[in-house]
Design a protein around this ligand. Structure first.
Ligand code: WTA
Length: 634
């Protein structure tokens, strides 16, 4: 969906940082920092010094085989060691690392020391299960401490994690597990969602029947729901049993900077989700540096990113970014409006959250309740706010700024992707802000707007967003799909520049205005899902011959799915079938795939080679000119 931010608010209105913000800011001069970032090797190696390396790198960047860049060549490091172990030698030893809170108001606080013990025990248990460096471990878990512990335990021993979002369903689950040849799977009895317990174990059970590589399933007893597990089968074991009696120390595996850290599946424009592969050293440097400088992290901060660990935001900014800085991170399991739309603000007040990072869709949802809930609580502890995942419309920006930030907290509108691993375009606290703009590229990042041929476009004109220089947390490949890696991201434009897949415009101050995806990827409530995936889910239903889906704009979710279906003879799109189709798609893909509308058609616009032209459907939907239809069959 394309958000035309220009018509909504006067772009010339600029919001300047307060004196208080300027005084605390780690970066005092934006232009100077951007200037410093121009020497990318120096900039990123200076920032890499924050970690304890087992062995220092001999070269910062190896760009001899573009786009297969290597960062911190021959460096040896361990992520879990830097995120946990190293803090227990400092005054942070007994500081809370994780505050877990759920919708029932229950909390658990885990100090760095406690986290250290837990991670070590689980790491040893994984070794006992036969997990070795380079093996893949998956999780299908709620937002709970054991999820973070499991991921840290993987990184401690060099296992590669592949998280499956707990809102995805059977179909999506099976593809991801089999593609990555997962050896061990972590799941839980259930997760709390709006007063109910969703039984994750039963979804996992159904899926796992089709996943032959999984040797062990570790079950966390999270909600206390009585569940059947068949320990006798030798495949399932309760988490508590697994770590019982394990030693409290585990030697961290010295990982090469370029050793794989994790795979995270995300949707592209065609076919199945792609496994985005991230490696160790650069990812650590990129996520820690951006967390620190964009959110101005100090020792007294309490950090809360509401993203789920099932997505990249949770990987980089719930788990790794904050813990690598020794910052307390809030892990919240629940919806923003349950038991009531004040639940988030209540948490901010109770714990004194200072940095709060969420998605525009949540803000749009909560702003419907006006100031009723934001005024019920004291939000004075907040210093900096953030958004991610989709364009922030200026109205939502203003509501957030006024009612949550009380006009004293700058909003960091951070643009980035699963592939980029870290923020690439974002303000820093001292930046003058324009609502709806992610402002300028982060220091060390070179972003630009180009036309179809890859030529830079003039100020104010829309075009494709590209990144022209490598950055440390960049993905290194698509898992087992190098061809797609090269084709989708690197070959569209000349000169090996990274094609982001977004449309963007740059204004006279060099500020970027992201306008939405340029491909067939939908953004539903900030979640990424491919049109092709939804179409395959439809076609898997016995009543459907063919389907095409596009995004339809939605005031809260940004966009929802509009599906055009051709039905088999004898079927008619009546209430019952609509319900069936909705249920079916949800079963295949999970609640992420929000269906707005299904319409029955006799024909779909196609190219002569038989490809569905979703562009035509979109233009038709928006009442626009159909554009170039010369390749249209009929
Ligand atoms: C969109 C999420 C506008 C964009 C971290 C991008 C944004 C896609 C912003 C990546 C933003 C992310 N303003 N659009 N601040 N941040 N996007 O991989 O379309 O789930 O390409 O990563 O989200 O989605 P992904």
């Amino acid at each position: 969906m394309v958000h035309d931010t220009t018509v909504l608010l006067d772009e010339r209105r600029v919001f300047e940082p307060s004196e208080e913000i300027k005084k605390r800011a780690l970066i005092k001069n934006w232009d100077e920092e951007i200037e410093k970032g121009k020497d990318i090797e120096k900039y990123w190696s200076d920032n890499a010094e924050q970690f304890e390396w087992f062995q220092k790198w001999d070269k910062v960047l190896d760009d001899s085989n573009k786009p297969f860049y290597k960062w911190f060549v021959n460096g040896k490091i361990n992520l879990a060691y830097n995120a946990v172990d190293r803090w227990i030698e400092t005054e942070k030893r007994n500081q809370v690392a994780i505050i877990y809170i759920n919708e029932r108001g229950e909390e658990k606080k885990i100090t760095f020391y406690e986290l250290y013990i837990q991670v070590n025990k689980l790491a040893n248990a994984l070794i006992n299960l036969g997990v070795k460096k380079g093996d893949t471990v998956s999780t299908y878990m709620p937002m709970c401490p054991e999820l973070l512990i499991a991921l840290l335990a993987c990184t401690k021993i060099g296992a590669v994690h592949s998280v499956i979002y707990s809102g995805l369903s059977v179909g999506a689950f099976v593809d991801r597990i089999n593609d990555a040849k997962v050896k061990v799977l972590f799941t839980a009895d259930g997760t709390y969602r709006r007063g109910k317990v969703i039984n994750l174990k039963s979804i996992a059970d159904e899926a796992i029947l089709q996943c032959p590589t999984v040797e062990t399933i570790v079950v966390v007893n999270h909600t206390g729901t009585p569940i059947e597990i068949s320990e006798l089968s030798g495949r399932e074991i309760f988490y508590d049993r697994l770590i019982e009696g394990e030693p409290a120390y585990c030697e961290p595996e010295p990982m090469d900077s370029e050793d794989p850290l994790f795979i995270l599946y995300t949707s592209g424009s065609t076919g199945k989700p792609k496994g985005v592969l991230h490696t160790t050293g650069g990812y650590m440097v990129g996520t820690a540096t951006t967390t620190r400088l964009i959110f101005d992290i100090h020792d007294d901060d309490l950090w809360w990113c509401t993203g789920d660990i099932g997505w990249i935001t949770g990987h980089s900014y719930v788990l790794y970014g904050p813990l690598l800085l020794g910052t307390t991170t809030v892990v919240y399991e629940g919806a923003p409006d349950y038991p009531d739309p004040g639940v988030w603000w209540k948490i901010v007040e109770k714990y004194g959250v200072t940095k709060f990072y969420t998605a525009p869709t949540a803000i749009r949802h909560l702003m419907r309740f006006g100031t009723r809930y934001t005024n019920l609580y004291n939000l004075d502890s907040l210093r900096i706010l953030g958004t991610v995942g989709e364009p922030m419309n200026p109205e939502a920006w203003m509501w957030y700024y006024k009612n949550v930030g009380k006009e004293k907290c700058p909003i960091m509108d951070t643009w980035w992707q699963t592939e980029t691993g870290m923020h690439l375009i974002s303000p820093i606290p001292i930046s003058p802000l324009k609502p709806g703009s992610a402002t300028r590229a982060f220091p060390g990042i070179e972003a630009d707007v180009v036309d179809e041929e890859g030529n830079p476009v003039p100020e104010g004109k829309g075009g494709y967003l590209v990144i022209k220089k490598p950055w440390p947390a960049m993905f290194r490949n698509l898992y087992k799909d190098e061809e797609r890696f090269l084709d989708v991201y690197w070959k569209t434009f000349p000169g090996c520049v990274y094609r982001a897949g977004d449309m963007v415009r740059k204004d006279e101050d060099g500020y970027f205005w992201i306008q939405g995806r340029s491909d067939d990827v939908l953004k539903i409530a900030g979640h990424r899902i491919g049109s092709a995936e939804v179409e395959s889910a439809f076609v898997a239903h016995p009543a459907v011959v063919e389907a095409a889906v596009i995004g339809r704009s939605d005031p809260i979710k940004g966009e929802v799915i509009k599906a055009f279906v051709i039905l088999k003879e004898g079927y008619e799109l009546k209430t019952q079938l609509i319900e069936d189709l909705k249920k079916h798609v949800r079963h295949e893909l999970g609640p992420v795939a929000v269906l707005g509308e299904i319409v029955q058609v006799d024909k779909l616009p196609k190219t002569r080679s038989g490809k569905i032209m979703r562009r035509i459907l979109r233009a038709h939907e928006m009442g626009e000119d159909l554009g170039d239809t010369s390749t249209l069959e009929e």
